[in-house]
Design a protein around this ligand. Structure first.
Ligand SMILES: Nc1nc2c(ncn2[C@@H]2O[C@H](COP(=O)(O)OP(=O)(O)OP(=O)(O)O)[C@@H](O)[C@H]2O)c(=O)[nH]1
Length: 195
């Protein structure tokens, strides 16, 4: 079995949503928990990467390992979270999910894991050509490049993609239900989808 670690990114500010998205609920389950559950069957370890203000809240409701973004890169967005997990784990691949994707399912993750190919650095999902970098599997080869971008204060995920060999998995070819990658940014979206 390939060495894969799971990373649930939960270090955003949820400004558009208005309260921490990881702790919004769908049918009684925290959003972040859907990502954890989807990863669980396919990874050897799972890390939730968040920021100091949420640590105690996570600890109250989960036994998963919680990491803080490395201090020097805190606030620099998802790349900082991926970097933090890569520095912590020895796994060759890191399966990254956001904490605000409450329809994500284990079979979705499983189908992407089957697309891992050693000749690529990143396996990323795309929706009709639109790249979804936060649903992706990153080889630890990318660590150096990520560190370099963060040092340059460049936190664009797509800058990383420009420097890597990326295999795109088209959502419409693989995933039956259109909404599996639906993420929630605004309270209004929450109201539309969840209520
Ligand atoms: N670890 C980590 N995760 C992050 C960081 N910034 C964003 N994320 C996560 O990446 C995912 C997508 O981020 P956004 O949709 O922009 O979420 P957000 O930053 O919380 O939301 P806004 O403040 O409204 O932009 C979410 O799961 C966030 O928690 C960060 O600096 N570190």
């Amino acid at each position: 079995m390939k060495e894969i670690a799971g990373a649930v990114l939960a270090g955003g500010e949820s400004r558009r949503f208005g309260s921490p998205k990881a702790f919004a609920k769908r049918e009684g389950t925290y959003f972040f928990q859907f990502s954890v559950n989807a990863l669980r069957p396919f990874v050897q370890e799972i890390y939730i990467v968040s920021h100091p203000s949420l640590i105690s809240r996570f600890r109250q409701v989960t036994n998963e390992k919680i990491l803080l973004d490395e201090e020097m890169y805190r606030g620099q967005g998802p790349l900082a979270g991926i970097y933090t997990v890569m520095r912590r784990t020895d796994a060759e691949w890191i399966f990254v999910l956001p904490c605000d994707m409450p329809y994500i399912r284990p079979d979705t993750v499983g189908k992407m894991v089957k697309c891992i190919d050693e000749s690529f650095d990143i396996i990323a999902s795309a929706h009709f050509g639109r790249i979804q970098p936060l649903v992706g599997i990153y080889n630890r080869r990318t660590l150096q490049e990520i560190g370099q971008l963060l040092n340059e204060r460049n936190n664009r995920m797509l800058s990383l993609f420009e420097h890597c060999r990326v295999r795109y998995v088209n959502e419409q070819d693989f995933f039956e239900e259109e909404c599996v990658f639906q993420n929630i940014n605004y309270r209004q979206e929450y109201d539309n989808y969840m209520t």
